[in-house]
Design a protein around this ligand. Sequence first.
Ligand code: ADP
Length: 160
Amino acid sequence: MKIAICPGSFDPVTLGHLDIIERAAGLFDRVVVLVMSNSAKNCAFSIDERIDLLKKCIKNPNIEIDTYSGLLVDYAKQKGAVAIVKGLRAVSDFDYEFQQALINKSLYPKIETVFLAANSDNMFLSSSMVKEVCRLDGDISPFVPKEILNDIIKRCKGDI
Ligand code: ADP
């Protein structure tokens, strides 16, 4: 069984993330969406909240949601994963993602990083953009799964 990992902060999950996750599920037998903490980011949702938001939107039995606080490659080893799948939006993503792929490969040579090109509709879409538009009263419904629209609005407008 070929297992792939889609890692990220998912703060919160957007339609851009979901597109990559679903396309990964079409290429591999099983996909693990791995919610990771990122010290460089000041997250709006806790890890448990981000997991709950993902669970509301993902019903495919071949996709599981998990979290890990250590090195991604250590999780990949434990899980027997063969690939890390990442979405690439623009050249601006490339430097960072390429560096991560090289580091992961040197730490664990058996792992491959697979880049999927973002869908053209999602090229500009990021979790931070969604949160900013929402805070400023913009309509975020074209960018996020409908199942979690209200959760995001509540959090970004400070109602909870
Ligand atoms: P990170 O904290 O690692 O940046 P993110 O949650 O922002 O995590 O993103 C996780 C993954 O999803 C990354 O591979 C990122 O490139 C990809 N991604 C994010 N937004 C989009 C999008 N709009 N289209 C395609 N891929 C995306």
